[in-house]
Design a binder for this molecule. Structure first.
Ligand SMILES: [Zn+2]
Length: 77
């Protein structure tokens, strides 16, 4: 263990929800067709608790493309 290691170090992703410091376990891939080309993917990270909240936020806007477990996303890149 390294004391005072930053929470955002590679390998320990943190949830993108505002104020949440929980470890992320999901990747939400999204695209805003008004500002992004169709193949572009923005990503948000989500913990178990915020996956649904963040998915709905993107889903109602028609932005959400994919929800993938973080370890699968990492190994796919
Ligand atoms: Zn969270």
């Amino acid at each position: 263990m390294i004391p005072n290691a930053p929470a955002s170090e590679p390998g320990s992703p943190v949830c993108s929800a505002k104020g949440c410091r929980a470890a992320a376990v999901w990747v939400l891939a999204w695209n805003n067709p008004k500002i992004h080309t169709p193949e572009r993917r923005k990503t948000w990270l989500a913990c178990e608790e915020h996956r649904e909240h963040l998915s709905q936020f993107l889903g109602v806007r028609g932005f959400l493309k994919d929800v993938v477990p973080w370890h699968e996303w990492e190994s796919a890149e």
